[in-house]
Design a protein around this ligand. Structure first.
Ligand code: ACM
Length: 539
């Protein structure tokens, strides 16, 4: 392959990097000196380098490659690290174990790109350029969401996805486990959720509102053992798995499994085969709250993440307005009307999580006042993130115009079918707006994440086509936050050799004149609450 050697073209860019002269060579004689607490980083280094290099990297008290945990290095925070490479040795230091894991990924990127291959590579000298790096992330929340509800992916693929996040120093894998079209989370107390809710008869072809279906059943769900193993695998890479089981909308699969959860318990619904915003929502009885408290108990049992996502987006309130029992519930709770059942419902489950010592995460819908202990994930408009931060919420930016990877990467006619609406090109991602509303609120802006909704995305190849290289730009923004466009794209040009070595597709989108998409987006913030979103079901 005739590609430029990326070497110092690191993505994301380290906070401080100085090139030194000389190189350090890793070979079969290289030993690791591992100080107490640095063991997991040594294991990760060996695991990541073994397939291509075959190097044993055994431990020895006088090893030239030192992995050191030193809690006195307080300036590095939870995830920062220092890395010194000289011709004599390597010193990777951090105050906390996660910092060492980030540093391992930097070592991996400094090696020849062939080191990232999953196959044995011969004839490449495994050399690191001499360098001095001090690196600390700007944002604590650096995430990526994958929707496995619309199209299921096996856990073997989720492990690869975690590896790709970790390579880019992302630390949150948001797993969107339930939606109208499928329920993938095993719940022992309510097995029909996956038995019935995990399968749909067919899928809509084309965007929401289309009248064509593919006639092909789709299904899948995880076991607890698979998810626990995924959590452990991610933790070894410094990635936390954020589970999302959404309420009180996007629940059609749950309603198909347990009709008594709905506003009309006598009604029988199928797992939804359409795309768009489904009007069916949960009922507001105590039985429904108890059911979902149990679901969350099982979610918390499998996922140790401090944060637990409970959805909260796109909740049409028509069914509540028509339901005598929902109207009675609203009156009993002293609410202004059935619409207020939306934040009320979320608050009931949020308090359940808080009592269990977890932090609820909720998608921001304009106009919905959430309890302050909810972390707000803002997707419609960055103004919602700023308003929430001012109110005192922790916020995560997920602006659809900059972080939704289901939108096309470019406007050319050669792009595969994607979510209609806007184009999210690489530059839009690189420029995602994370500015806090005031300096005082800065600490409440946790960071940002990419989202891949999968209505149109069935295969790992398609997932990666849409995700890369946009995820690289997101990682750059949340880790470093200061690089200019030209600096980033110059480094990305080198980084592409690494993506190639990993068989990740990353080509530029096909050129061509802009096409007009068949649907014109509304401005999301002007939509009345509970109406169908511009995004899922453009008028
Ligand atoms: C969303 O896109 N409904 C969060």
């Amino acid at each position: 392959m005739d590609l430029p050697r990326p070497e110092l073209a690191l993505v994301p860019r380290p906070r401080r990097l100085s090139a030194r002269s000389g190189r350090f060579r890793l070979d079969r004689t290289t030993r690791l000196r591992v100080t107490p607490g640095a063991g997991p980083a040594a294991v990760l280094l060996r695991t990541l380098l073994a397939p291509a290099t075959g190097l044993p990297l055994d431990s020895a008290a006088d090893g030239a490659f030192v992995l050191a945990l030193d809690p006195a290095l307080t300036g590095l925070g939870d995830e920062g690290y220092g890395l010194t490479v000289s011709p004599q040795g390597v010193l990777l230091r951090a105050a906390r174990p996660a910092g060492l894991l980030r540093g391992v990924q930097t070592v991996r990127q400094l090696l020849p790109y062939e080191a990232l291959s999953g196959r044995p590579v011969r004839g490449v000298p495994w050399e690191l350029p001499a360098v001095e790096i001090t690196d600390v992330p700007r944002h604590a929340w650096r995430g990526s969401m994958l929707d496995v509800a619309r199209h299921f992916q096996p856990v073997s693929y989720l492990r690869r996805y975690v590896d790709l996040l970790a390579l880019h120093k992302l630390n949150v894998f948001h797993l969107h486990l339930t939606d109208d079209q499928g329920w993938r989370m095993p719940v022992a107390a309510h097995p029909r959720l996956t038995e019935v809710g995990g399968r749909r008869a067919e899928s809509m072809v084309g965007p929401a509102g289309s009248d064509r279906f593919d006639g092909v059943p789709h299904g899948g769900s995880y076991t607890r053992a698979e998810l626990r193993a995924l959590v452990a695998y991610a933790a070894e890479r410094g990635v936390s798995v954020l589970p999302e089981t959404g309420v009180p909308g996007h629940v059609r699969a749950a309603l198909a499994a347990y009709p008594e959860l709905g506003t009309d318990p006598a009604r029988r619904l199928d797992v939804w085969t359409h795309w768009g915003v489904c009007e069916n929502v949960l009922g507001t009885g105590e039985n429904v709250l108890d059911f979902f408290r149990t679901v969350l108990d099982e979610v918390m049992d499998v996922f140790p993440s401090p944060y637990v996502h409970i959805g909260g987006d796109e909740v049409p309130t028509t069914e509540w307005e028509l339901s005598p029992s929902a109207r009675a519930r609203a009156a009993r709770e002293g609410l202004a009307g059935p619409r207020a059942l939306h934040p009320w419902f979320i608050a009931r489950l949020a308090e359940h999580l808080v009592r269990a010592g977890r932090r609820p995460v909720v998608w921001a819908e304009s106009g919905v006042a959430l309890p302050l202990d909810c972390t707000v994930m803002s997707w419609r408009d960055p103004a919602h993130a700023r308003a929430a931060a001012l109110r005192g919420h922790q916020v995560v930016h997920a602006d659809h115009r900059a972080t939704y990877f289901d939108y096309p990467r470019g406007a050319g006619p050669g792009e595969p079918p994607a979510q209609p609406g806007v184009v999210v090109d690489l530059r839009a991602v690189h420029e995602v707006d994370l500015a806090p509303p005031t300096p005082q609120a800065a600490s409440r802006v946790l960071g940002a994440q990419g989202q891949l909704w999968t209505e149109f995305v069935r295969t790992p190849e398609h997932i990666e086509y849409l995700t890369f290289p946009r995820l690289c730009a997101l990682a750059e923004r949340v880790w470093d936050g200061t690089s200019g466009w030209r600096d980033f794209t110059a480094r990305l040009a080198g980084h592409r050799a690494r993506l190639d070595a990993l068989d990740v597709p990353h080509a530029a989108p096909p050129p061509g004149p802009p096409v007009s998409f068949p649907h014109t987006p509304h401005h999301p913030s002007t939509l009345p609450l509970g109406r169908e979103s511009y995004r899922k079901d453009p008028a």
